[in-house]
Design a protein around this ligand. Sequence first.
Ligand code: SF4
Ligand code: SF4
Length: 327
Amino acid sequence: MGGRKLLKIDHNEPYLDVVWQVSNFCNYKCSYCNPGNYCGESRNDDNLITYINNLEVITDKYLELGYKNFKFFFSGGEPTLWRNLIPIIEWLREKLPNTVVAVNTNFSRPLSWWKRHYHLFDDVVASFHVEYADKDKYLENAKFMCDKLNYFSCKMLMHEERFWEVAEFGNKIKEELPNYFIEWTPLFDEMSANAGPWEYKDPNKTQFLKEHSIDQQFTIPKPYLKKPFYSEAYWDNGEKTGVYSNEVILERQNFFKGWECSIGDSIWINQIGQVSMGTCGQVKVLGNILWDTLDIGPKKIICQKEHCHCGTDILIPKRKVIDIVKE
Ligand code: SF4
Ligand code: SF4
């Protein structure tokens, strides 16, 4: 694979990827989190009808241009506490049947909540935050969810002082769950107020993280649904492969200045409803999910940035302009 050059990234079928930080309210206040993610200044619990009307305006623009598929990834704050979450997902399920729904949750909702709503989700990332999580409740929920979804991940946030307690709890999950997918996750700079990666003081902790990234086991059936839509990479040696952002970065093929990028395939809605595209800053805020959707729709631009570094940005369809001229 050495030396090959990337020619194009495309989706196997057109789809719109929406990442939505629904609020900045969380019932936890993890010490490694930025207060802007839990303070609750923007709970956004009202305006359900406006959200739905505006979502319809936006998604209709994509449908008209042949996009049948959508992916919504809800985060926060804690998205399961957002009053509009379930009605909006129910609307998505009815109006846009080809929608993948994913959520990143602290898993603090009780088992009864997950029993009522698990069928609405395709992917659940259950983050374990040792300072606040109720371990028994987390384990009970995880046992229920482990055979219900295609993708259910226990994301263990490796707290500096309580590192080994988190490791012990992760091992308990491994002992008690017939299916598990555990991500041992070092604290990221994005979760702290400081820039730069989290440096663990104890070298044993760094060593543990070097040796453990993901642990998985599947011994009882789960849905195993085929991934309906995804990104594909076209290479100059004729290969067509799945897109693994890390691989693209390692092969130094993430330089797209002058390429045509379908940046409108990736929408970001922030905690105050502002809508932008991609994370690279090439398209600034275009509107607001509550009051300004005019400019939000499929969009292509010529990339002016040297370096495309975010995993989700790399997945966006893009191609060399020279190939467009040839066609
Ligand atoms: S890290 Fe997650 S669970 Fe913890 S306070 Fe922040 S948003 Fe809440
Ligand atoms: S940096 Fe932005 S515009 Fe350029 S290829 Fe990446 S996502 Fe597209």
